[in-house]
Ligand binder design. Sequence first.
Ligand code: PLI
Length: 471
Amino acid sequence: MKRRTAEPYKIKSVEPVAMLSYEERKQSLQQAGYNTFLIDSKDVYIDLLTDSGTTAMSDAQWGALMTGDEAYAGSKSWRKLEEAVRDVYGFQYVLPTHQGRGAENILSQLKIKKGDVVPGNMYFTTTRAHQELNGATFVDIIIDEAHDPTIEHPFKGNVDLIKLQKVIDEVGAENIPYVCLAVTVNLAGGQPVSMQNMKLVYDLCKIHDIDVMLDATRCVENAYFIKEREAGYANRSIAAILKEMMSYADGCTMSGKKDCLVNIGGFLAMNDEELYIRSRELVVVYEGMPSYGGMAGRDMEAMAIGIRESIDDHYIEHRIGQVRHLGEQLIDAGIPVVKPIGGHAVFLDARAFLPHLRQEEFPAQALAAALYLDSGVRSMERGIVSAGRNKTTGQHNTPNLELVRLTIPRRVYTNNHMDVVVDSIVDLYKKRASICGLKMDYEPPTLRFFNARFSPLSENGELMSETNRTS
Ligand code: PLI
């Protein structure tokens, strides 16, 4: 018999969660315009909206908050953070930012000129927004398999080197400010990039004198998949794998709110001194002094510790295991999900779940709303709404992947919570034919998924049949 393992932590402090009735959830959903981003957290039972900034900190991190040095300049806490980033990731120069998009803003402003092309392994919303705001066009160079939720591939986040070479040939290396390589790839389903692929991308870029900038937001999760799946890495520590990954890049942007195990913060890191000096100037303009960059001293203390905790082999094994605990039960129940199960979330395939809906009826948005209505579980649309509109034609971008993301906060929920989520989704799947599409009543001009409002397309105004409804 396979021996079971449990969470590698004890619970020291608890936060009660809301358990609303069906009628109360219905009201909350209507008030939120059927957009899970707009539901108040007090009305949510299990919150799988995001793994961003939702981490439970350790006792060591909470303890360190008291030691935060809140000096405006030259904070001791900053030095600890800088040292942790250098030790764990290996980049020479580090600048703090208030979160990941702060680093994306600075990098994009400094590297991009109007008309440039930024190749990347699938877009991320804020990352692409900053590239576009600075006049670049994003080109997707991820392998084709990443766009098909049913294909099992151990490294579905890999770059297709032929696609990358083609972009270089077509637009010229001088018009490619950098290649943006995400490890893991959020919108592909938390899928990893192999070490071999990272090295090949780096080698190709160096031939053409193009920088590789990592989106390192979930790099520790990526390292775990390399250890598990790539020949030659099974006996290497996560710390060693992570260092090697970073050696195939010129720098990175980081949202500390994910793998750095904190609730706020980020950084921009690089090896190029000149880029560092220019970045430092912009940090002062947008973030604050280069010794706090939008973070309080106590936040930097917590992040310095979180970075070191994140490379603990037991922590990361449990983390990926919990995501799998949810995902594999759904697969066993015949629920269509993105395969293989990725690092930070399980993604429901809304096209396959609700085949009676057209993409313009926002199937993933409707499914996320239905899940909340059924059980108070909050998830997130990652499909046509998140993809926004084409800059030139004004039409909806229509991604192949029309997904609902069940994102698992780090160290927050137990596997019992995951089981409750499974039960709700299995019940919903039985009555999926009764779930109707949505129409968009309000569409914000940028990053529309955050604030868009919807209503059901059914004649009676209900999102789904109320027979067999939960209490
Ligand atoms: O939310 P920020 O600004 O700290 O980080 C932006 C960001 C950059 N890259 C990637 C891959 C992300 O996933 C990311 C933020 N992700 C969020 C908020 C999420 O819910 O996935």
